[in-house]
Design a protein around this ligand. Structure first.
Ligand code: BGP
Length: 493
């Protein structure tokens, strides 16, 4: 049987706002993540704001929601903002990359913080100090032959674009983004070959987080549809830019894809599961097939939602589809229209019930030993383009022993199940897979809750939920396990 290819890109993944810290250093501007407070399991994060009259407050901006009239996002005293320090990759990148190299990483997924390069998102000139930081990171990666995979926008928008334009609702963001993409492509020519345009673009859905994904301070369904449209356009223009000026660059799309199962065999549940799956997949349809699926257009028509279309847009979307499909997948979710089943938690996007066949972690995320094979079959058989798993992992409140060790056997078990599943998709189903990037390879802040204790890493970082700690790095048991896994090219028992 054929295993993973010789050049399979094993590695790990991170995002600037959860990992970098240094939120105002060297000329960086504020991003939407920098005014986002910490939360906890079932305690949502909030956006802090100030009004002209001096009134201040904090508001939950999940789904269809808005800041109070006249409120402008601002950093306030008395709140804790996890992105400000994060786990300080900014000052630890050499040490962290050396740890990745020790595990044998072939690839490292990271994001560039747009507001580090253009502090207001659309400044005339880029911030040289911001560019220099990523120069240094890419040079360090090159030293160890680690291929960077760079997300251009991972759950953050320059705050100034949110305040002035309500983020991606306005077409202004498209031009600003393409200029940012071009600046980065040009600067890192020869150093970065793989880019992703928007992290988990489907999280822009009305039932998820349009603030985090689109920088929307006022999100109704029309604004969300416009924002998604503008991100599709920005992606297509980025692909065009690469094809015309940077042919060595490959641009992928990125989807959060946690397959949804029906809890019962009742056709009503089956239909509900189908609809939930399509709520994620239609975003990939536009980016990989080049047009909106009919059911989405019908829904927009029923709701009287108009796409902010201009001449030539449709051609761009059709012509410049992405080169590969990358996705995050942590487990599966399960839905029902019945009054049965235990409330399942899961992520905020899907109100799920607990799958009785699966175990879940403390945050309600279920570990599914077959999910990667299922997800890969769905995605490949629909788009026929190479896949790339750019997030998979398990969050756990790890305990560090006095000698610095962390015995995360639950994570080893998770990895075994998931890697086996993706291996089956490659070997038994013949699906082309470029690489596997384990999420949060070095401990970082949780996106959903802003907690530190929801840890994913192979490397423990000494810091608590409020940013106290030495930031010292230490190797968990999975560090050694993953190293062996990479060394044997995934030949695990
Ligand atoms: C994905 C995001 C990541 C990451 C991960 C885990 O949705 O792309 O940024 O954080 O989920 O989620 P959490 O951090 O909420 O556990």
């Amino acid at each position: 049987m054929k295993g993973f290819s010789k050049d399979f890109l094993w590695g790990g993944a991170t995002a600037a706002n959860q990992y970098e810290g240094a939120y105002l250093e060297d000329g960086k501007g504020l991003s939407t993540a920098d005014v986002y407070t910490n939360g906890a399991h079932r305690v949502p994060r909030k956006v802090t704001w100030r009004k002209e009259n001096g009134e201040t407050g904090a508001t939950v901006l999940n789904g269809v929601s808005a800041l109070p009239d006249g409120a402008i996002p601002a950093v306030l005293d008395g709140y804790y903002y996890p992105s400000h320090k994060a786990t300080d990759f900014y000052h630890h990148y050499k040490e962290d990359i050396a740890l990745m190299a020790e595990m044998g990483f072939k690839c490292f997924r990271m994001s560039i913080n747009w507001s580090r390069i253009f502090p207001n998102g659309d400044d005339d000139l880029p911030n040289e100090k911001g560019l220099l930081f990523y120069d240094a990171v890419f040079q360090e990666l090159q030293k160890y032959h680690i291929e960077p995979l760079v997300t251009l926008s991972h759950y953050e928008t320059p705050l100034s674009l949110s305040i002035r334009f309500n983020g991606w609702e306005d077409r202004h963001c498209v031009d600003a983004y393409v200029k940012y993409a071009e600046t980065v492509f040009e600067r890192y020519k020869g150093m970065v070959r793989y880019y992703l345009t928007f992290n988990e673009i489907d999280c822009l859905n009305p039932d998820h987080n349009p603030y985090v994904s689109g920088g929307l301070l006022r999100a109704d369904e029309q604004a969300i549809a416009s924002a998604a449209y503008h991100q599709f356009l920005a992606s297509a223009l980025t692909v065009k830019l690469a094809r015309e000026k940077y042919p060595e660059v490959q641009v992928g799309m990125m989807l959060a894809y946690m397959p949804v199962y029906a809890y019962t065999v009742d056709p009503k549940d089956q239909l509900e599961a189908l609809k939930r799956n399509e709520e994620m997949l239609w975003f990939a349809d536009v980016q990989m097939q080049g047009s909106y699926p009919p059911y989405k257009l019908c829904e927009y028509e029923r709701k009287d939602i108009r796409l902010p279309e201009k001449e030539g847009d449709i051609d761009l979307l059709r012509k410049y589809t992405a080169d590969f499909v990358s996705f995050s997948c942590y487990g599966s979710t399960c839905v029902t229209t019945h009054d049965e089943g235990e409330e399942g938690g899961g992520n905020l996007a899907v109100k799920s019930v607990k799958n009785p066949y699966l175990e879940a972690n403390a945050w309600g995320w279920a570990t599914d030993p077959h999910v990667l094979r299922i997800a890969m079959n769905h995605l490949y058989n629909r788009y026929h383009k190479p896949l790339w798993i750019v997030e998979n992992g398990i969050g756990w409140a790890d305990v560090k022993e006095d000698d610095g060790s962390v015995h995360d056997d639950y994570r080893i078990e998770y990895l075994k199940q998931n890697i086996r599943s993706m291996k089956e998709a490659v070997e038994l189903d013949g699906i082309p897979l470029i690489g596997y990037e384990y999420w949060g390879c070095i401990d970082l802040i949780s996106a959903g809750t802003g907690e530190m204790k929801k840890r994913y890493g192979f490397v423990y970082v000494d810091m608590d939920d409020l940013g106290n700690g030495t930031l010292k790095r230490s190797r968990k048991d999975t560090f050694y396990w993953y190293k062996e896994c990479i060394n044997s090219n995934g030949n695990i028992e």
